[in-house]
Design a binder for this molecule. Sequence first.
Ligand SMILES: Nc1nc2c(ncn2[C@@H]2O[C@H](COP(=O)(O)OP(=O)(O)OP(=O)(O)O)[C@@H](O)[C@H]2O)c(=O)[nH]1
Ligand SMILES: [Mg+2]
Length: 482
Amino acid sequence: MGDRLHDDPPLAEAVGDPDDVDPGDGPVSDQQGISDHRGAFGEFGGEATGLIDRTFRERIVLAGVTLDRGDPEASEASMDELARLVDTAGADPVARVLQTRDAPDRATYVGQGKARELRAVSDSLDADTVVFDNELTPAQQGNLEEILHRTALDRTAVILDIFAQNASSPEGKAQVELAQLRYRLPRLRRSGRTFSQQGGGIGTRGPGETQLEVDRRRLMRRVGRLESDLARIRKNRSTQSKARRRTRNRSMAIVGYTNAGKSTLLNRLTDAGVLVEDRLFATLDATTRRLQLPGGEAVFVSDTVGFVRKLPHQLVEAFKSTLDVVVDADLLVHVVDASAPDPEGCIAAVRSVLDEIGADRVPELFVFNKADVAPDAARRLAEREPGSVFVSAANGEGIDDLLSTIGRRLRRQTIVAELLVPYDRGDVLAMAHREGEVLGTTDDEAGWRLVVRVDEGSAGRLADFRVDEVSEGELADGRLPE
Ligand SMILES: Nc1nc2c(ncn2[C@@H]2O[C@H](COP(=O)(O)OP(=O)(O)OP(=O)(O)O)[C@@H](O)[C@H]2O)c(=O)[nH]1
Ligand SMILES: [Mg+2]
């Protein structure tokens, strides 16, 4: 995000830390080794260029740090996932190196000794790149490249790379490019090769401006352009969703960890025909379809981009417009892969993104998926989470139960209220018409008597005028309110 542009110490300052001096490793300014490899971010030309070279399968060394009080098992699981991400991005993980530390090293994240070990491992395996599981600051990245003599990337870069590969709609592409630019901007270097091929054009550089400043200005302009494009798309979308709300159909969003089976579920519920693949972040665009519930009511269902542990902020920020369908939903269908090694960890990761986008207050229905391959885990998870269901989106098991649960949950959120509105409160009458569905009106001595169908929020706002107690959902369920 924007503020990342400033929070990083300049390269020279970080390298200058007294404990960074390493006489045994040769001069840190030696650029020779780096130029053998494809180099760091500063060397890239095009805005949408991937960070991992896909003209061949790069060989990648994975590096991770378990911080003090961290859980080594969680670090291993996170490294497994990083290996999967690297593979999805089109490269081969060839080794992994884990380290335990009290705190990250300010200049190089891993310790200096570890960094040298990583170089030795990479040399012996002829690795092209080292990928760190933790987020590196631009300075750390630069310093590591000097020690490693090869490209240093972090998990964020790999995820951005996969997103860039998978984006297909113009909006998705713009969102990914924006995230990549926000990631690259603070990493622009004063490298001789930076954009040099395209330099020299008339009018590209103002008097006294360095190439770096020209590059930065150009990228900033592009960022501004993308931001305004996306804002326009967002505005259009919100007009559409308002129109949709006027039709009084409810909406729900399918959310969940990447590869949990969200798209498979949407396809199972509707005939959406959304791309399903056994790869991470297969679908980035929100696809919305209309679903007829068994009770006859219709609901709009949207498939959404998958989440992952340590999802880059730049991406969350850039995908805000796509994620509006989540924030605006009446119900989140949170799909969890019951066959995953750590479903609870996946749930926590999804929740933290939901918090970040402001969707933490939308009602959530857990769906434990892949019950065909992990029946015991699915059942156990569902038992622990009251009100949840387990299904197999692949073979249809449990889908009827899911549909009736969705219907019940949505009805419970819809309240049929009886109001008595004094004749001098035309504003309240207007509000009832605007926010709800007026099922009947009679004129009474004291005012208008209305029966309206409203959601919980509106019911709260109209509470002063309510003359009834019981909601339709409660009646339909035959149960008392919880
Ligand atoms: N065995 C089994 N596999 C499933 C089930 N549901 C989905 N899958 C498989 O899981 C993989 C991921 O499914 P998707 O529907 O693409 O998952 P997604 O959550 O949309 O993933 P992304 O879009 O990549 O975030 C595919 O290989 C599916 O065939 C299920 O119920 N059982
Ligand atoms: Mg999908």
